[in-house]
Design a protein around this ligand. Structure first.
Ligand code: ADP
Ligand code: NI
Length: 263
C-alpha cells in the first residue's frame, strides 16, 4: 500500500468516522488502486459501537509511545478496512479488534498478557456488544501478536487473519523502519553492531528477551513478515513495503562502510 492510497483511505476515514488525520494525498501510485473500491457500510448500532470504541481507545492511548499509539491504531484500522474490501469476514469484529488490539500491550505491562483481553471484554460488554462478538474480539486481541504466533497459537479465524495482517503491514515498509528504530531508541539499543549476528527466534521467550541492535530486528522479524501474511490481499500489499526495506538496508550498509569492522 503506497502513500497515495493510504491518503485516500484516511480521507475516507475522516468522513465516515470523524477522525482527524493529515495523510499525504497526491502521489500517483496506480498499481494498488484496485484495492480501493468499496466503502465500508455498517448498520447504525454497529457504527455506534465502532465510534464509541474509537473514542475509548484514543483516550486510553493518549500517552502511548509512538510505535503503538493512536496513529498506529488508525493505520491498522485503515489496513483492516482495506483488507475487508477483498477478504470475507465479520466487519464489526474486525474493526473492533483492530481498534482494541494494542489496548494494553504486555511488553509495556510487565509481560502481563491478561490485561488486554480483560479491558476489551469489560469495555465491549459495557457498551452492549453481543457476547459472541465480545468473546471473538477478546480471542483476537489475545492471539494476534507476533509473540503468540511463535508460541504455536491455537486460535484461528478469518477475522484474526485480517487484523493480524493489518498489524503486520504496519510493521514493515517505511513506517515499519521508523517504528523499529523508535522502539530501539526507547529500549536504548544500538542501531547496528557488525559483531552481533541476527538469530532466528524459535520461541516466544527468546524473542522477548532479545537485546540485540535494531538492525537485527529486520532479520529476526520484519523481513520474515511478507511470507507470514494470512491473506492473499495482504501478501500483495506487503511486497512493495518489503522491497523498500531491502533497498533501505542496502543503503544503510553502503553508508556504514567499514566502520567497526575488526578484521
Ligand atoms: P507484537 O506486538 O505483534 O507481538 P512486537 O511487540 O514484537 O510484536 O513488535 C511490535 C513492533 O515493535 C515491531 O513491529 C517493531 O516495530 C517494534 N519492535 C519490537 N521489538 C523490537 C526490537 N527488538 N527492535 C526494534 N523494534 C522492535
Ligand atoms: Ni499493533
Amino acid at each position: 500500500m503506497k502513500a497515495a492510497e493510504e491518503g485516500r483511505m484516511t480521507t475516507h476515514v475522516r468522513k465516515s468516522q470523524s477522525v482527524s488525520y493529515t495523510g499525504k494525498k497526491n502521489i500517483k501510485q496506480k498499481n494498488e488502486k484496485r484495492f480501493y473500491n468499496a466503502t465500508p457500510m455498517h448498520n447504525q448500532s454497529d457504527q455506534t459501537y465502532i465510534d464509541q470504541t474509537a473514542g475509548f481507545v484514543k483516550n486510553q492511548l493518549a500517552n502511548a509511545e509512538a510505535g503503538h499509539d493512536w496513529w498506529h491504531i488508525l493505520r491498522v484500522w485503515n489496513n483492516a478496512k482495506l483488507l475487508l474490501t477483498k477478504e470475507p469476514a465479520d466487519r464489526l469484529i474486525c474493526e473492533l479488534a483492530a481498534l482494541l488490539h494494542d489496548i494494553a500491550d504486555s511488553k509495556f505491562h510487565d509481560g502481563d498478557e491478561t490485561i488486554a483481553p480483560r479491558i476489551t471484554g469489560e469495555f465491549l460488554s459495557g457498551i452492549g456488544v453481543d457476547s459472541n462478538r465480545v468473546r471473538h474480539v477478546q480471542d483476537i486481541v489475545q492471539h494476534m501478536s507476533y509473540k503468540s504466533s511463535l508460541d504455536g497459537a491455537t486460535f484461528h479465524s478469518p477475522e484474526l487473519a485480517i487484523v493480524q495482517d493489518a498489524d503486520r503491514l504496519d510493521a514493515i515498509g517505511a513506517i515499519g523502519i521508523a517504528r523499529a528504530f523508535h522502539y530501539g531508541g526507547f529500549k536504548n539499543r544500538e542501531l547496528y553492531n557488525p559483531t552481533i549476528a541476527p538469530v532466528i527466534h524459535r520461541d516466544k521467550a527468546s524473542y522477548k528477551n532479545s537485546t540485540a541492535p535494531t538492525l537485527n530486528h529486520f532479520y529476526e522479524k520484519l523481513l520474515l513478515l511478507k511470507d507470514q501474511m494470512n491473506t492473499e490481499t495482504a501478501r500483495t500489499l506487503a511486497a512493495s513495503r518489503h522491497a523498500f526495506m531491502e533497498q533501505y538496508l542496502e543503503q544503510f550498509y553502503h553508508e556504514w562502510g567499514s566502520v567497526g569492522q575488526t578484521d
